[in-house]
Ligand binder design. Structure first.
Ligand SMILES: [Cu+2]
Length: 163
């Protein structure tokens, strides 16, 4: 009987230790996305961001992204400046692309947003800055889902290359 209790105690303790390891590894994974594993997150945040500007529409109210082809590399830090110089509202929608990046922040006006972002809406004259690190290579589509805009050609392509 005593032997059994000792066995149960050992089992319970090893279960707790396993659980602890599991929780620790979960925290580690969420804090350090895989493509960043070779750089510590702190090193990555010190890395100067490569700046890219994309206009959503233009002053002639043409329905297009300028440029409509974007290229990034995994594990590098980018500052994507989005600007809407038109008199119409537009979206920057690239959901699969957004699923494969780590967003550090989005800044718009005096507001800074942290956490996952999937889509941005820019009112006429608006500007936003999106700072992120691509994690997953691939070819992604970009579009403005406002009625008629995608159809009129407000689409683009985003390539993420393995670095
Ligand atoms: Cu649009």
């Amino acid at each position: 009987m005593k032997k059994l209790r000792v066995k149960a105690f050992i089992l319970h303790t090893s279960y707790l230790i396993l659980q602890l390891f599991f929780i620790l590894s979960l925290n580690f994974v969420s804090a350090v996305p895989s493509a960043m594993a070779e750089n510590s997150p702190r090193d990555l945040l010190k890395q100067l961001a490569t700046e890219i500007t994309v206009n959503l529409g233009n002053s002639a109210n043409e329905l297009k992204f300028e440029p409509n082809h974007l290229e990034f590399s995994t594990g590098k830090r980018y500052l994507l400046r989005l600007s809407n110089p038109s008199q119409l509202k537009h979206y920057f929608t690239a959901k699969d692309f957004a699923d494969g990046i780590w967003t550090q922040k989005v800044e718009a006006g005096k507001v800074e947003i942290k956490g996952a972002i999937h889509e941005l809406e820019l009112k006429p004259g608006a500007e936003a800055e999106w700072v992120f690190v691509p994690l997953k290579a691939g070819k992604y589509s970009l579009r403005c889902p406002i009625a008629g805009h995608t159809e009129a050609g407000m689409t683009g392509e985003i390539i993420v290359n393995n670095s």
